[in-house]
Design a protein around this ligand. Structure first.
Ligand code: TRP
Length: 437
């Protein structure tokens, strides 16, 4: 089965080389792996939490979208969209807000850091804290849960938010007795370079030590590289590559052979100036073709807008049916559609989905897959004996399951069942992930 990978990027800044190596490049690579179903979005609702400058938010959305596309994101393969184009996000945020304990939010790092700063300053603990900042983890949970993402690649600072998303998902599933949400897993890329900046600390806008990715063109790239801090060893003196963040940056972009060559040249006394030239040449060779695409995209915002709108349409095809289920579950369905309380609607096995086998009049054997709420998701084709049916049932949770437009459900390439009307692949997958017993 495919793994849905989802990540968002807050649209407040201009991407630099560190963002490229640490986030964009690994995400785009991961999205091209077989079996990957990637959702990437511009977290522009999140931007409003930190930034009340409309021009900056607007500019950053454009720059970040152009950067992702220029860096090789394929909007045909990846669902690439803008958070604020998905109204279901804010709708779900409210449903989740209503099941989220305030105490859980009190523990969020970002909020606690603000309170600590206020206490240190001797002002009111909540001074300058908006409800946006306070509820930020709920919005982020909605981003993730709305698309039933399995894996969420993020930086370490976001791990707590992922734990909160799982917690909130579990509460909702439990309270409304259904397998509505997949519990997302955090994905920390261990081997991805955290790029050092000019001064050797982590490359970050807040340290003012960044190397620009596209901004300012080749000239700005060269100028930044020339400002990388090195030690005072003179040309001819041996230099230890492992001790130099210039080399760390080089290695993050070089082939292993190129890295070895530079290491040896430094050891043999290469001047820092020459090493900087080598780094510049390497980076420019990689960045220049992307920069051309970036400039072309920036000159044509309508093209980016069209891509994002198409992405939003794709994303909403997933968001809408789930949101409809959720509205039903909480009692916001059409009048007359008999709202049922969670307790009343509780069917025999509310804990998980299950397979139910039965015998046809003609003597053949079939099974159904029922969701935790009792809904029928699929009916198998007939089998000659119960053992054959049982074998297929056993294979289901582990096997590769695909739902075709025709409704045929294939397991490891063979058609084994027919999906019931209106059931999508995500629901089947969710049910298989939550099989009882
Ligand atoms: N909060 C994330 C950050 O600052 C951005 C983000 C928003 C996000 N929603 C998300 C990341 C959902 C992953 C999944 O980095």
């Amino acid at each position: 089965m495919t793994t849905r990978v989802l990540t968002g990027i807050t649209t407040t800044g201009t991407p630099h080389l560190g963002n490229y190596a640490g986030a964009l490049r690994p995400a785009i690579r991961a999205s091209t792996q077989p079996g990957a179903d990637a959702f990437f979005f511009l977290a522009d609702y999140h931007a409003l939490i930190k930034c009340d400058d409309p021009a900056r938010v607007a500019r950053s959305r454009l720059e970040i979208a152009a950067t992702w596309l220029a860096a090789g994101l394929d909007p045909e393969k990846v669902t690439f969209y803008r958070q604020s184009d998905i109204p279901e996000t804010t709708e779900l945020t409210w449903l989740l807000t209503c099941v989220t304990p305030k105490g859980l939010m009190n523990r969020a790092h970002a909020y606690k850091a603000s309170v600590d700063q206020n206490n240190a300053k001797g002002v009111e603990p909540d001074d300058g804290v908006t409800m946006g900042l306070f509820s930020y983890p709920v919005l982020m949970a909605a981003d993730i849960l709305l698309f039933n993402a399995h894996k969420v690649p993020v930086g370490r600072d976001q791990v707590q938010h992922l734990e909160m998303a799982r917690d909130i998902a579990q509460r909702f599933n439990h309270l409304y007795q259904g397998d509505f949400f997949v519990l997302p897993e955090v994905q920390i890329e261990e081997d991805v370079a955290t790029l050092p900046g000019l001064d050797g600390r982590k490359m970050s806008k807040s340290y003012n030590n960044t190397i620009p990715l596209f901004e300012g063109g080749a000239k700005a790239l060269r100028a930044a590289v020339s400002r990388i801090v090195t030690d005072s060893r003179q040309p001819g003196e041996p230099k230890d590559a492992e001790d130099s963040h210039l080399f760390t940056i080089y290695r993050a972009f070089a082939t292993p052979a190129q890295a070895t060559a530079l290491r040896e040249q430094l050891q043999a006394g290469m001047a820092w100036g020459d090493a900087k030239n080598a780094l510049y040449e390497l980076l420019e060779g990689i960045v220049a073709p992307m920069r051309d695409r970036y400039d072309a995209l920036m000159a044509n915002p309508d093209q980016i807008e069209d891509i994002l709108q198409a992405g939003a349409r794709k994303a909403r095809e997933h968001a809408r049916p789930l949101m409809a289920r959720l509205r039903d579950a909480v009692g916001l369905s059409r009048l007359g559609a008999a709202p049922v309380s969670a307790a009343e609607s509780k069917k025999p096995s509310a804990k998980g989905a299950r397979f139910v086998s039965f015998r046809e009049q003609d003597g053949s054997f079939r099974f159904r897959l029922l969701a935790a709420d009792g809904d029928e998701l699929l009916v198998s084709k007939p089998f000659v004996d119960p053992k054959a049916a049982g074998t297929v049932i056993k294979q289901f949770p582990e096997g590769e399951v695909v739902l075709a437009d025709s409704g045929d459900v294939t397991l490891e390439g063979a058609v084994v069942a027919q999906a019931c009307a209106g059931v999508d692949e995500v629901r089947i997958r969710l049910a298989l992930a939550s099989l009882a017993g």
